[in-house]
Design a binder for this molecule. Structure first.
Ligand code: C2O
Ligand code: CU
Ligand code: CU
Length: 589
């Protein structure tokens, strides 16, 4: 393996972290005890890399003062290059797993949590039984041996809990980590490496007075998704990355349960994107800001040369609207809501949503809209509280403006890295080659009876409808429709009685298995206002496994279903939505 030399020093200087200690303290011995794994190792599989991954309870310093109890994957390398597994001590994040394309990997997963758990390798293309489907949840004291070959392109992937109805809470408690895959193609490029290649995991958390994690506190948190009060980056609050005056590769991963970021440097320097979920783009693209929804990754080429020593540069999340009900969905959206509600939707409730969601700016927009829109003129916009407990009380309102992390220019350094003008060549998937080129598989995102649904259905462990059944080896045309066609943008009429005011919201849709390509987006005219504050930040040029679908938007994509038969999940990566059942299977036959 070529990884060793390149990666040996890679994370020694990972900012805010030090040392490479493995924190593995097995509570009991597996090796000697047959039958403790729900799936055992198979002797025919000859692994290049082998490690234990144990889910357990520990505590880490996240806030000043008392440590925070977290759930964490800890790792212990058994076989392979010593750099294959890099611990992030003092954080809730699991070790970073460094894989090489073509490597055979065996993972002895152990569950030392007080409840069931299973691990999913997000973005990796592996067989059903290796994919961490919730049907494979293992009980406390049990385990599961994973064995698979890395077939993915070089890129930034991740692993996280995927336990039945518990993914959101378990990931929030800490159960996630990064996977970095390298391959020959990536290695040959003159990209920043070692300490100049930094992962940046974006998360948000709320804490109680005792520094302990606070999960879903209200119906609002559950239905809209959990929004924390504090940014936690690479496991740390107020994260600062010390850098030299030169180029870096920053691997940004949105590990938040439901928070969507609109990332931009505070001084307006554009972002140069070199990779998305499934690895390198064909060539770098530049954006004034980049949207990053839960589960999405983006690699930036960030050049700090010419900057003054001892200065800071803040990565912010900029204001946007339209992602949430009453969230400034555009000039006419207020009227829309009122119109569709046909009187069923309480105006007072709309006001609550306006006030609650956007904080000060949202309230302002809400009130503006109230003034301009007689159909919504029912008052309540100024209040922002009460009514079904749906108001957001996050100190970092979604779509507000806040600091995400900082870069600190530490020292002068001369280097000669040039941003490559081409990075890789993609197999461009063609609509005409799809098995169903004339009839896309439509997946509508909706809500009814207090439940987010896919084609009107909730999760069934082993269920797959005819439109979810796919012949192996085919290219499929798939459409996620968040109210573009129905005009309901995420709210079925039947939902109205149960939950007035719950109109559509943005859903980051994820598909397991192979990466896909986005070929088209459409937005309903009347929702384009909010959409325009978001869509210039999409990076659809490369391979993806998560796509943000805004209210009123329809996204068309092409995806292959090769190599493995079986059940492969697709779901909303707003993890509260996923855990509540906004998830289904594709059945590959
Ligand atoms: Cu990252 Cu099925 O999820
Ligand atoms: Cu996944
Ligand atoms: Cu969702």
């Amino acid at each position: 393996m070529h990884t060793t030399a390149i990666d040996r020093r890679r994370f020694i200087q990972l900012a805010g972290l030090s040392g490479l200690a493995a924190a593995c303290k097995p509570s009991w011995l597996y090796a000697a005890t047959e039958g403790r794994y729900a799936r055992e190792a198979s002797p025919e599989f000859h692994a290049d890399v082998e490690f234990e991954l144990t889910a357990g309870v520990t505590s880490v310093p996240m806030m000043p003062g008392k440590h925070t109890v977290v759930w964490r994957y800890s790792g212990k390398l058994l076989k392979g290059p010593e750099t294959a597994l890099v611990d992030l001590p003092g954080t809730h994040l699991g070790p970073i797993l460094f894989f090489e394309k073509g490597q055979k990997v065996r993972i002895y997963f152990r569950n030392d949590l007080p409840e069931a758990n299973i691990v999913h390798w997000h973005g990796l293309h592996v067989p059903q039984i290796m994919d961490g489907h919730p049907m494979y949840d293992v009980k406390t004291g049990s385990g599961y041996v994973y064995e698979f070959t890395i077939t993915n392109r070089a890129g930034t992937y991740m692993y996280h809990a995927h336990t039945h109805e518990a993914t959101g809470r378990q990931v929030y408690n800490g159960l996630a980590g990064l996977i970095i895959v390298t391959d020959a193609e990536d290695r040959i490029l003159d990209l920043p490496r070692g300490e100049y290649d930094q992962p940046i995991v974006l998360q948000d958390r709320s804490f109680d007075a005792d520094n302990q994690l606070q999960y879903v506190q209200s119906m609002r948190d559950r239905h809209m998704g959990m929004q924390g009060d504090e940014m936690i980056v690479n496991g740390k609050r107020h994260f600062v990355l010390p850098v030299a005056t030169r180029a870096y590769r920053l691997r940004l991963m949105n590990g938040s349960n439901s928070r969507i970021y609109k990332l931009a440097w505070e001084d307006g320097t554009p972002l140069t994107v070199i990779a998305t979920d499934g690895g390198l783009l064909e060539k770098p693209v530049t954006r004034a800001f980049v949207m990053l929804a839960p589960g999405e990754r983006v690699d930036l080429w960030a050049d700090f040369s010419g900057r003054k020593i001892d200065t800071d540069l803040t990565m912010k999340s900029l204001p946007f609207s339209g992602a949430m009900p009453g969230h400034g969905g555009g000039a006419r959206s207020g009227m829309d809501h009122g119109g569709q509600g046909g009187g069923m939707m309480g105006h007072g409730m709309m006001g609550v949503m306006h006030g609650g969601e956007g904080g000060a700016s949202g309230m302002h927009q809400g009130m503006n809209r109230m003034n301009h829109d007689e159909q919504s003129a029912g008052g309540g916009g100024a209040d922002g509280h009460g009514g079904m407990g749906m108001a957001s009380n996050s100190a970092l309102p979604l779509g507000g403006e806040y600091a995400v992390f900082k870069v600190h220019i530490m020292r002068e350094e001369k280097e000669t890295h040039q941003l490559p003008s081409t990075l890789t060549k993609h197999d461009r998937l063609q609509r005409a080659d799809a098995e169903n080129a004339q009839s896309p598989r439509k997946i509508t995102l909706s809500m009814a009876r207090m439940q987010w649904l896919l084609n009107g259905r909730e999760f069934e462990m082993e269920g797959a409808s005819p439109e979810e059944t796919i012949t192996m080896g085919t290219l499929q045309l798939i459409e996620f429709d968040n109210g573009y066609t129905t005009g309901q943008h995420g709210m079925g009429m039947s939902g109205m009685s149960g939950m007035s005011g719950m109109s559509g919201m943005a859903h980051p849709m994820h598909i397991h298995g192979q990466q896909f390509q986005i070929i088209e987006r459409k937005i309903r005219d009347d929702l384009s206002g909010g959409y325009d504050t978001v869509s210039p930040g999409y990076v659809d040029d490369g391979w993806k496994d998560v796509v943000l679908v805004m209210p009123g938007e329809k996204v068309t994509l092409l995806k292959r279903f090769d190599h493995f038969k079986g059940l492969f999940l697709y779901h909303c990566h707003n993890l509260e939505h996923e855990s509540m059942g906004m998830m289904r299977n594709f059945k590959v036959v």
